[in-house]
Design a protein around this ligand. Structure first.
Ligand code: HPA
Length: 270
């Protein structure tokens, strides 16, 4: 696996992705930040050696290299989800590649269902901690030993300094930002009432189908990471309404201006 990572890194370097400082993974419906990047180069995932083969959702997935708020960034417009059929090793492949390309920090966003009933859809939550309920793990198997300790410490999976900066800048910019626990499930279906009740009872504020594998891989690589969820639907097990994935995507897009403002401010100050 490490050979594949190195080959992909060599390809991207040859194609001008030479000195990225920061990686950004943008969640479902959350691509607007890319419009603010002074793009030097962008390459479709299907043209990058060893990148997972695109599914329908990712026909337009691409890696963007350029300058944002004075920093050299690589942004993933579109990520790989476990529910699309990728292995966990494929899901985290781009994180390993970005780290080997030289990024020093990683910013992640996602869309999540909100089980904390004092919060509202359209709001943002900084992830302080997570619970992993996905059925596989990117650190499983022999391949993982090349990327760091397989018994990776996850006592502070989200970087304390980056999270502090997020909170300070959110306050300064008047952007409401909750802080809480994200639980990752495999999906792709949404949860039953009993499952939302269970997920809330085990200590999660929000639920989603991504982010945790990438965060685990980043921690193994010693790469500081910070992640923000956009709350796209309210998941009250005692008053649950059917939700459509299109509603989730349109709520994500409406809430996105706050996320874009926060990420830009954080990138400027990192
Ligand atoms: N459950 C799981 N993933 C999600 C949800 C949800 O309710 N909303 C957005 N992503």
């Amino acid at each position: 696996m490490i050979e594949k990572v190195k080959e992909t890194v060599a390809f991207l370097r040859e194609n001008g992705f030479d000195h990225p400082e920061l990686g950004i993974i943008l969640g479902t419906g959350l691509g607007a930040l890319t419009a603010h990047i002074e793009v030097i180069k962008e390459i479709g995932y299907d043209e990058i050696p060893h990148f997972p083969i695109a599914t329908v959702e990712f026909h337009k997935g691409k890696l963007i290299y350029g300058k944002l708020e004075g920093k050299w960034v690589i942004a993933m417009s579109g990520r790989f989800h476990y529910y699309e059929g990728y292995s966990m090793i494929e899901v985290v492949f781009p994180v390993r590649v970005m780290k080997f390309l030289g990024i020093q920090k990683l910013l992640v966003s996602n869309a999540a269902g909100c089980m904390n009933l004092s919060w509202k859809k359209g709001e943002l939550m900084l992830i302080d901690d997570h619970i992993n309920l996905q059925p596989d793990n990117p650190l499983r198997g022999k391949q993982a030993a090349d990327f760091g300790p397989i018994f990776t410490d996850l006592s502070t999976p989200y970087d304390a300094e980056m999270n502090k900066l997020m909170k300070n800048l959110a306050t300064k910019e008047n952007i409401p930002l909750h802080e809480g626990v994200y639980v990752a499930v495999s999906g792709p279906h949404l949860e039953t009432r009993a499952e939302y009740r269970y997920l809330r009872n085990i200590g999660a504020d929000v639920v989603g189908m991504s982010t945790v594998p990438e965060v685990i891989a980043a921690n193994q690589l010693g790469l500081p990471v910070s992640a923000v969820s956009v709350l796209t639907d309210e998941c009250d097990p005692d008053n649950l309404h059917p939700v459509d994935i299109n509603d989730i995507i349109s709520t994500a897009q409406k809430a996105e201006k706050h996320l874009v403002a926060l990420f830009k401010e954080v990138i400027k100050n990192l």
